[in-house]
Design a protein around this ligand. Structure first.
Ligand code: ZN
Length: 132
């Protein structure tokens, strides 16, 4: 697999939640729940218990980056303090919904990463990416 194809799969998984194997169907059956198997190609998306933990870590990472960016902006522009709010608590409070909003894209990115590293499920229920 080329780096360009891997990058396209990661972007499609992060932004659109597309199946990393076929790219035709969504990995999600609802807002946050994955299909057990891809409706198009049959690749397993529902893996072992705890496989979602990486998605949570990515979601927290996205929220941390958001909080850092907002902190840098506040230190330079002071827009939160000028509004009469406490910058620390305001940034912390704003990071919570960002964590929730980032969960689905993070989950798509995480399961695409699992697939790319050969830890995703195959149509026959085995593990491992088939492309070399
Ligand atoms: Zn598929």
């Amino acid at each position: 697999m080329t780096y360009g194809r891997a990058l396209r799969l990661l972007i499609a998984g992060f932004v659109l939640g597309r199946c990393p194997a076929c790219g035709r169907a969504s990995m999600f059956r609802s807002a946050l729940e994955l299909h057990e198997r891809c409706p198009s190609c049959g690749v397993r998306h529902s893996l072992e218990d705890g496989a979602w933990l990486g998605a949570v870590a990515i979601g927290y990472g996205i929220a941390a980056l958001f909080a850092i960016a907002l902190t840098v902006l506040e230190l330079n522009v002071h827009f939160i303090a000028r509004a009469g709010l406490d910058p620390t608590w305001t940034i912390a409070a704003l990071a919570i919904p960002v964590t929730m909003l980032a969960y689905r894209p993070a989950k798509g990115l995480w399961f695409t990463l699992l697939y790319l590293y050969g830890l995703g499920g195959e149509p026959d229920g085995t593990h491992g990416a088939t492309e070399a």
